[in-house]
Design a protein around this ligand. Structure first.
Ligand SMILES: Cc1cc2nc3c(=O)[nH]c(=O)nc-3n(C[C@H](O)[C@H](O)[C@H](O)COP(=O)(O)OP(=O)(O)OC[C@H]3O[C@@H](n4cnc5c(N)ncnc54)[C@H](O)[C@@H]3O)c2cc1C
Length: 507
């Protein structure tokens, strides 16, 4: 018997490590609640994790097996579990983030000392963070060049789903783990708690039930959503993706973050969509001497590009683990952030008086999600209108997003703050009013999340910062006036970045 240690890969299908172990013989799936990891979690993410684990457990149950669930330090839990279940090898998929790599090194050492074999597989991204490099052998810091190599590389097919006969029998697991006289009945010496298929409640882990609805979880839900998206919406993805009211994106981020769908499976599905797109382009004449930047083929490629952004940021974090807390791009003189606590608090509450910003922050609170265009707008607003350090925004997103992923979240924040790899130049500062007008012209998204503005004419909403106090009071008395003046703050931000670059802010 072998143990497969699930971490950010809560699925049985297209799971490289699990498939490899199952190919050799009997395997049992294990999840370990690690207090060191939980220390960085949040109510939203614990809820989302538990939902994903319940779906994984049910998938095992459908195949006559179950999920072994333990709590403790993996470095001591895994050797003890392997011993109790008579497993001679522990298998997992690599997690490329810095903290996980350190933990995995400790687990490797502990298993070696216990004389238990271990094996780590590449699974989380299509191409390992080491495999795509510049001709000089360096990791890429410019996305476009990275993408060209990424898209040209051969990809592996999805890994096979284990057969029922390859999975440890649920009754046998229960007997070994849960029996009254079983070695682990009260938890082994190192294990606080171990069960077969019995998941804790958030409160057992020290978390509260979140107010936000974290959305569906699990492989079946991920497949349903991806199928749905790739059957039609993807063909208009490039034209529609920036409009938050149109719901034109895949909403795959949390599924990918928790590994409820494999990247090989997801990418394979995009290739099938590409074949359909090529057929459609042929029929409509697109791709047949017409503009290559438009049409269904370009739309599907645009979606594939987003999957590549995810891998780009994974390799940025892998090669630069310090970016979690430090600027990727250091400014000579350092950036002197203003960090006004009241302004930051108003941003978090969605009460800045900038409608698109407030709608985004409230979507985050209600759905533990925010549309990508709006993430860019609110991040630009925090850093370049409120002149607040991106780390305040990153911490808030980390707490509130169900799809929080260290690499992507950090990449997004450092992009917006002009401190990251291939970031927005410091002098590009979004105007939150024109962004709202362009991407939510009828204020549908805004009024969905900002009820105070319902019934107000979209034109008034898009010129909220220019209205007089009386006009604002007449139109929407409950909605705040802008907390800052965008034009003034734009100048302040330019001066702040110029000083950081060692330049004269007045030039
Ligand atoms: C400030 C900021 C913070 C962000 N934080 C996160 C985060 O914590 N987790 C996260 O997954 N994404 C993050 N993103 C990227 C992006 O906003 C989300 O991935 C996207 O909105 C999720 O919606 P979707 O699944 O419908 O995306 P789609 O547009 O359908 O994209 C498909 C998939 O591609 C990946 N992807 C898309 N855009 C990006 C991107 N810019 N960078 C990296 N991967 C991308 C995601 O896995 C996404 O699910 C952040 C962006 C910004 C600007």
């Amino acid at each position: 018997m072998e143990l497969f240690w699930h971490r950010r890969d809560l699925r049985a299908a297209d799971n490289v490590g699990l498939a490899t172990a199952a190919d050799r013989g009997e395997v049992a799936g294990v999840f370990v609640f690690d207090d060191d990891v939980l220390a960085h979690a949040s109510d939203v993410r614990v809820r989302r994790l538990l939902d994903g684990l319940a779906a994984l457990r049910d998938d095992y149950r459908d195949r006559g097996s179950d999920l072994v669930v333990a709590r403790g330090d993996p470095e001591t839990v895994l050797p003890e579990l392997a011993d109790a279940l008579d497993a001679d090898r522990v298998v997992w998929n690599r997690d490329y983030s810095g903290v996980a790599r350190e933990r995995d090194a400790e687990v490797r050492k502990a298993l070696n000392e216990a004389g238990i074999e271990r094996e780590a597989h590449h699974d989380a991204v299509l191409h390992t963070p080491d495999s795509i490099r510049t001709n000089a052998g360096d990791p890429y810091s410019v996305y476009t060049y990275y993408w060209r190599k990424w898209t040209d590389r051969q990809t592996d097919p999805p890994a096979p789903t284990p057969e029922e006969t390859d999975l440890a029998d649920a009754n046998a697991l229960a007997a070994a783990v849960g029996a009254d006289d079983g070695a682990l009945a009260d938890g082994g010496a190192a294990i606080d708690r171990v069960t077969v298929g019995d998941l804790p409640a958030p409160a057992d882990l020290g978390f509260a039930e979140p107010d936000a609805d974290v959305g569906p979880a699990g492989t079946a839900a991920a497949r349903e959503r991806l199928d749905d998206f790739l059957s039609e919406a993807v063909f208009g993805y490039d034209a529609e993706r920036d409009y938050p009211a149109r719901e034109a994106t895949s909403r795959m981020s949390a599924f990918l973050k928790y590994g409820e769908i494999g990247v090989r499976e997801a990418y394979e599905a995009t290739k099938e969509a590409m074949a359909v797109a090529e057929e459609r382009a042929g029929e409509s004449g697109d791709g047949d001497g017409t503009d290559d930047d438009e049409g269904p083929v370009a739309a599907v490629e645009e979606f594939q590009q987003q999957l590549a952004w995810r891998e780009f940021y994974t390799q940025v974090l892998y090669h630069n683990p310090e970016v979690v807390s430090e600027n990727y791009k250091e400014y000579e003189e350092g950036i002197e952030w203003r960090d006004d606590p009241e302004e930051i608090a108003a941003w978090k509450r969605g009460e800045t008086g900038y409608p698109i910003v407030d709608a985004g922050m409230r979507q985050l609170r209600e759905e533990a999600f925010m549309h990508n265009r709006v993430r860019m707008i609110v991040a630009s607003f925090l850093t370049k209108d409120l002149l607040a350090d991106w780390r305040h925004g990153y911490d808030h997103f980390r707490e509130r997003l169900a799809d929080h992923d260290t690499a992507n979240d950090n990449g997004g924040w450092q992009w917006a703050a002009s401190t990251g790899t291939d970031a927005q130049p410091y002098f590009r500062i979004f105007n939150p009013m024109t962004q709202g007008e362009r991407y939510d012209p009828d204020a549908e998204y805004i009024t969905e999340y900002v009820p105070e503005l319902r019934g107000v004419d979209a034109d008034l909403i898009h010129e909220w910062n220019e209205l007089s106090p009386t006009q604002r009071a007449n139109a929407a008395p409950e909605y705040p006036s802008p907390i800052v003046d965008h034009s003034e703050r734009r100048e302040d931000a330019l001066a702040m970045y110029k000083r950081a670059r060692g330049e004269d802010p007045d030039e």
